[in-house]
Design a protein around this ligand. Structure first.
Ligand code: NAI
Ligand code: ISE
Length: 337
């Protein structure tokens, strides 16, 4: 295959970002069609690139001139789209979370195994971020000894959605840390506990913000994730791994230091789009390259999506019980090893 002909489902915020990326940056790909529940949204997103608009997901999935799909619809719609792609033997790149429940992820894992080859990649783009990759290489070198503790922060300037719940803060936000830490320290999660300090002043509606999740692992690690969706000052992602003989920290994105009026300053990122721009580009390029060369994706798998969802479910149980909850992960099938 010389060119990967792609269809995209869901032309909202990240859908439009990925459309631009697929049309302007990713080599070896041709975006053929898009669709959205709201046809006017799909038409507006498609127009600048002269891309076809399909009436719905089923039509797009079935189109003979589409080899693979990118799923950027709302989280609750992911499962049906990915299962539809797998049933047609078409590879699917699906934004996180793979499905909005662990049971939904498991149905995808089972369908993929039945199809007999890897078809699904999940949009855990942080694995493609240069800073996290440097951290992983340093940890794997053994120079610092073994990891003991990880401190993370996942801060957004503001969450305007009044209906945004504590559980959504896990499935939308903390799920990134759940996946990246699993990849970084390569350990089995055993328990999680979610706790709350007092509500932040800017926290609105049903939000209970911030929250702190602590994940414990089989090798005895303590992974602490602060999730603060109304921090006001920046989109700020922090991660520091403390090992026996040293620490390694995620670098902040570069910003020109300013000296002015007796102060030193450097601008901070305000949005996920800018913070992980390079990681999203590399992720989709790698997805396309892998499909064009090997016919199977090599990025985060449906199993990784399932592991993250099982852990997220345990976090949500802990939010409700106030206790430490077991994660209870099944053994990884040979198919995904
Ligand atoms: P959004 O609400 O802006 O866009 C979702 C779009 O999907 C909407 O246009 C909606 O009409 C459409 N849609 C919903 N159901 C559909 C269906 N059955 N068929 C076709 N279209 C459908 O949401 P946003 O922010 O773009 O997020 C989309 C997904 O991407 C979410 O799952 C989110 O978690 C994920 N995401 C991932 C990010 C990352 O850093 N990897 C960043 C932002 C979002
Ligand atoms: C958003 O959906 C994303 O996935 C971003 O990467 C994340 O940082 C943010 O918390 C979510 O709202």
């Amino acid at each position: 295959m010389k060119e990967l002909r792609v269809g995209l489902i869901g032309t909202g915020a990240i859908g439009r970002e990925h459309i631009k990326r697929l049309c302007e940056k990713v080599h070896g790909v041709r975006l053929v069609a898009v669709t959205d529940k709201f046809p006017e949204s799909a038409r507006a997103a498609a127009a600048p690139y002269g891309v076809r608009v399909e009436p719905d997901e089923q039509a797009l999935l079935s189109a003979a001139d589409i080899d693979a799909v990118v799923v950027t619809s709302s989280s609750a719609a992911h499962e049906a789209a990915v299962l539809g792609a797998v049933a047609r033997g078409k590879p699917a790149f699906c934004e996180k979370p793979l499905a909005d429940t662990a049971a939904g992820c498991l149905r995808i894992v089972e369908a993929e195994q039945k199809a007999g080859k890897r078809l699904v990649q999940v949009g855990f783009m942080r694995r493609y971020d240069k800073g996290y990759r440097e951290m992983k290489a340093i940890l794997e070198s053994g120079r610092l000894g073994a990891p003991l503790i990880v401190h993370c922060a996942h801060r957004l300037p503001a969450m305007d959605d009044e209906g945004f719940t504590a559980a959504m803060q896990v499935t939308d936000g903390i799920i990134h840390e759940i996946d990246i830490l699993h990849w970084l320290v390569d350990d089995v999660y055993t328990t999680v506990q979610v706790s709350y300090p007092r509500r932040a002043r800017a926290s609105r509606g049903v939000q209970a913000d911030p929250q702190v999740a602590v994940i414990r692992t089989a090798r005895g690690l303590y992974l602490e994730v602060e999730s603060f969706f109304n921090c006001g000052f920046a989109y700020d992602i922090q991660c520091e791994v403390v090992c026996d003989e040293g620490t390694v920290r995620l670098p902040d994105p570069p910003a020109a230091p300013v000296r002015h009026a007796g102060r030193r300053e450097a601008a901070l990122e305000m949005s996920w789009m800018g913070r992980f721009l390079d990681a999203y580009d590399t992720e989709l390029q790698d997805w396309a390259d892998a499909l064009l060369t090997d016919g199977v994706p090599r990025g985060p798998s449906a199993w990784d999506g399932y592991v993250a969802a099982v852990t997220a479910d345990a976090c949500i149980r802990s939010q409700q019980s106030g206790r430490e909850e077991p994660v209870g992960l099944p053994v990884q099938p040979a198919f995904y090893r």
